[in-house]
Write a protein that binds this ligand. Structure first.
Ligand code: HEM
Length: 409
């Protein structure tokens, strides 16, 4: 490719098959200057080793409150986007030590593998109910369904909303707001969604102060770590981060995994023959087609060397997690799905202090969902030709727009 690569000029090809573009970039060097949509210039890291270095480098910061001016410098309209979302962005994923540890500590306990395992019966119940509904629709002659819509979306959304004590009736609004805020929309559309979500969450804080429940939101409102309390804005931001993470990630782990299995029937057979393989195979699905392409924005606080390339101070750095996970130097035959391989060490959940807080929950949801689906609908098949499947127009999320399947009960 040579020189500065302009990904904003190849959206369709890149969205359909980012792996082909990443292969070229990775072969060219560990770090490149590229342009993303809206002409945003970033330094993109595509190799595994360098990705780990960038994700933990002391002079690569996540504190966008300080680095926010970079957006004004690099993008048109970027400052507007930042301003409207300010109340939703004061969270741990946008902070550096020691602030990061302070915020993470207050929710950490709720997401340990042991605490999450206690949610298993409830996750199984929700999964069973969704599968029952799918069976009923099937008997009513629906024939073909969008698996994302009827199964992969509602499962994680229901779980995270229950954990946060968000009433069932309000869940559709959250799905709309998070989808709007993560897509490229005109500023006024972003502003409206942002204001509505913010107002809702502030009202929810007030409600949980008056009537605390047995949920994480109430715990955050009343959190007191040796006298340290979260400010109102910090609670709203934290809840928003958890809701977005709960809405936009696990759905695509399930969707991408089902698609990969339907395209690789011999791998599907292995899981059907031995359902005990399903839980450990989560790592291979996370490696092979993880739900997040680019990790969130980072910037250099001083000139920083990554893989022999010196990135000047005050530049944006992005790490492609899906590119790192297909680096042949780290994983042999990286483009081959192999549910029996040890894919440990993949970067789909990030690396370092911002390593995904929800990883144990995502793994649990994946295991229960896939076990349930394959047990109830073992003959599920794709109801669209591969070239008819569309991927979401996002450099952050790697996920399908719809996943049409025939359940064949
Ligand atoms: C952070 C991936 C599910 C909550 C992250 C990061 C990644 C990630 C890559 C780090 C981003 C960066 O460093 O720029 C995923 C994937 C998921 C998933 C692939 C599903 C398969 C969840 C769920 C929750 C969650 C269900 C909520 C309970 C978080 C939080 C952070 C985070 C709070 C920020 C942690 C910090 O800054 O210390 N996730 N996530 N994630 N994730 Fe997840």
């Amino acid at each position: 490719m040579g020189g500065v690569t302009n990904l904003s000029q190849l959206p369709a090809a890149y969205i359909d098959d980012p792996h082909a573009v990443h292969d070229l970039l990775r072969a060219e060097g560990p770090v490149q200057e590229i342009y993303l949509v809206h002409g945003l210039k970033v330094w993109l890291v595509t190799r595994y080793e360098e990705a780990r270095v960038a994700l933990t480098h002391p002079s690569i910061s996540k504190n966008m409150a300080q680095g926010g001016w970079l957006f004004e410098h690099h993008t048109r309209g970027g400052s507007d986007r930042r301003e409207v979302a300010a109340d939703l962005a004061t969270h741990m994923l946008n902070s550096d030590p020691p602030e990061h540890a302070r915020l993470r500590k207050l929710v950490n306990k709720a997401f340990t593998p042991r605490r999450v395992e206690m949610l298993r019966p409830r996750v199984e119940e929700i999964t069973k109910r969704l599968l029952d509904d799918m069976m009923l629709d099937e008997m009513n002659g629906e024939g073909q369904v969008d698996l994302l819509d009827v199964f992969a979306f509602p499962l994680p959304i229901t779980v995270i909303c229950e954990l946060l004590g968000i009433p069932t009736d309000d869940r559709d609004s959250f799905r709309e707001w998070t989808t709007t805020l993560l897509s490229f929309n005109p500023v006024e559309v972003i502003r409206k969604a942002s204001e509505e979500a913010t107002a809702y969450l502030y009202a929810h804080v007030a409600k949980k102060r008056m009537e605390p429940g047995d949920d994480i939101f109430s715990a955050l409102v009343h959190a007191d770590d040796a006298g340290d309390q979260l400010s109102e804005r910090e609670i709203v931001s934290m809840a928003f981060l958890l809701l977005v993470a709960g809405h936009e990630t696990t759905v695509n782990l399930i969707g991408n995994a089902v698609l990969a299995l339907l395209r690789n029937p011999e791998q599907l057979q292995l899981l059907k023959d031995d359902p005990d393989l399903i839980a450990p195979s989560a790592e291979e699905f996370l490696r092979y087609e993880g739900p997040i392409n680019l990790a969130t924005f980072r910037y250099t606080t001083e000139p920083t060397e990554i893989g022999g390339v010196t990135i000047p101070a005050d530049e944006l750095v992005m790490v492609s997690l899906i590119a790192a996970n297909r680096d042949g130097e780290r994983f042999s035959e990286p483009d081959r799905l192999d549910v029996t391989r040890n894919a440990g060490g993949h970067l789909a959940f990030g690396h370092g202090i911002h390593y995904c807080l929800g990883a144990p929950l995502a793994r649990l949801e994946f295991e229960v969902a896939l076990k349930g689906l394959l047990a109830r609908f073992p003959d599920v098949e794709l109801a669209a030709a591969p070239q008819q499947l569309g991927w979401r127009d996002s450099s952050l999320i790697r996920g399908l727009i719809t996943l049409p399947v025939r359940l064949n009960p």
